[in-house]
Design a protein around this ligand. Structure first.
Ligand code: MTE
Length: 312
C-alpha cells in the first residue's frame, strides 16, 4: 500500500457525482428497506439530493460515496496494484459455487456451501465510514449481517481468542497471485471481542446490490473503526484459534502495519501522517481523521488500558 505521487489524480477523484446525504436520511431510508419496500440505489441518491438541499450538508455528514467511485477505486492486490485494476481484472472472477470452511477451536466445524452459510442471516443495510491506511476515505452503504450472528451459530470453544479470515487462493483466476507482491493467500484476523462487536459485519452487498467482485464478492469482513486492510475479501476460511494469527500486511511490514490497525489520527504511519484523509469523490478535499474512525463511543472500551502507540 504505497502512497501515490502527486500528479497521478484519477478522474474519479476530480469529478464528484456524489450528492450529500445526512445520516438520519439514510437511516430513515434503511428503515424503509427494513419494512420490506424495495428502495433502489437511484431512489436513495435522489432522496440524498433532496435532503442535502434542505439541510445544507456539513463536511462530516455521513454521505455515501458514489457507486462509481466505490467500485472503481479499490485495493485488491490479487487483481492488480493500481486502484482501477480490480474493477477491470476481477470481471470474470467466478464466485459460484463457493464454499466457506469454518474450523479450528469451534464446536461445529464444517465446509458450508455459501447459500447454506447465508440462509439464516438477516441482511441489513449499514452506512459506514471506510478509512484506508493510505489516508483516503469513503462512506459505503454495505449490506450484510453481524459477524457475531455467525459466530453464535458455529459455537467457538471458550479457548478461542482470535478469528482468522483467509481469501481464496486461485492464481489461475487471480493474476496478482502469480506474482509475489504479497505472500498468498491474503490473511487477516481479529481478536474475539472485536469479532463479536455488533459493528463488525460479514458483507454480501453494497448499495442494496450484491457485492461486486472488486469489492470482495461473495463475502468479506467490515470492521469500520480499523484501517481498510483489516477487511478480508473473498473469504473461503474462518478459523478460530487461541494464538494471535500471522496476518499479511503485519508480516510484510510490521513497523508500518500493526495487528490492531485501529484508525488513530495521533499515530502516524512511518512514511506519512494519519491525521487527515483525502475524501474520495471530493476532489482533493481533506478532512480530519477521527479517533477509531468516528466509532470511539462504540469501541474505545475494547482497548482500555492498552498503549495504542505500541499496539498500533
Ligand atoms: N483483501 C484482499 N484479499 N486483498 C487485498 O489486497 N486490500 C485491503 C482490503 N482487503 C485487500 C483486501 C485494503 S488495503 C483495503 S483499503 C480494502 O480491502 C479496500 O476495500 P474496497 O476496495 O472495497 O474499498
Amino acid at each position: 500500500m504505497q502512497i501515490r505521487k502527486g500528479g497521478q489524480i484519477p478522474s474519479s477523484e476530480i469529478t464528484s457525482e456524489q450528492d450529500y446525504l445526512d445520516r438520519r436520511t439514510f437511516l430513515r431510508a434503511a428503515g424503509v428497506l427494513g419494512a420490506g419496500l424495495a428502495l433502489t440505489p437511484s431512489m436513495l441518491a435522489a432522496c440524498a439530493r433532496d435532503d442535502a438541499r434542505a439541510a445544507g450538508a456539513s463536511q462530516d455528514a455521513l454521505v455515501p460515496t458514489s457507486y462509481e467511485d466505490i467500485t472503481t477505486y479499490n485495493n485488491y492486490y490479487e487483481f492488480g496494484t493500481d486502484k482501477e485494476d480490480p474493477s477491470e481484472n476481477a470481471k470474470g472472477f467466478r464466485t459460484k459455487p463457493w464454499t466457506v470452511r469454518v474450523d479450528g477451536l469451534v464446536k461445529k466445524p464444517a465446509d458450508y456451501a455459501l447459500e447454506d452459510f447465508l440462509k439464516p442471516a438477516k441482511l441489513e443495510d449499514r452506512v459506514y465510514r471506510h478509512r484506508c491506511v493510505e489516508a483516503w476515505s469513503m462512506v459505503i452503504p454495505w449490506r450484510g449481517f453481524p459477524l457475531r450472528d455467525l459466530i453464535a451459530r458455529v459455537e467457538p470453544s471458550p479457548s478461542a481468542k482470535f478469528v482468522e479470515f483467509t481469501t481464496k487462493l486461485d492464481p489461475a483466476q487471480m493474476p496478482g497471485q502469480r506474482g509475489n507482491v504479497l505472500p498468498w493467500p491474503y490473511v487477516e484476523a481479529l481478536r474475539m471481542d472485536e469479532a463479536m462487536h455488533p459493528l463488525t459485519l460479514l458483507a454480501t452487498g453494497l448499495y442494496g446490490k450484491p457485492l461486486p467482485n472488486q469489492n470482495g464478492a461473495p463475502l468479506r469482513t467490515i470492521i469500520p473503526w480499523k484501517y481498510g486492510f483489516k477487511g478480508t475479501k473473498a473469504i473461503v476460511r474462518i478459523r478460530f484459534t487461541d494464538r494471535q494469527p500471522t496476518t499479511t500486511w503485519n508480516a510484510v511490514a510490521p513497523n508500518e502495519y500493526g495487528f490492531y490497525a485501529n484508525v488513530n489520527p495521533t499515530v502516524d504511519h512511518p512514511r506519512w501522517s494519519q491525521s487527515k484523509e483525502r475524501v474520495i469523490g471530493g476532489g482533493w478535499r481533506k478532512k480530519e481523521t477521527l479517533m477509531f474512525n468516528g466509532y470511539a463511543n462504540e469501541v474505545a472500551s475494547l482497548y482500555s488500558g492498552m498503549d495504542l502507540r505500541r499496539n498500533y
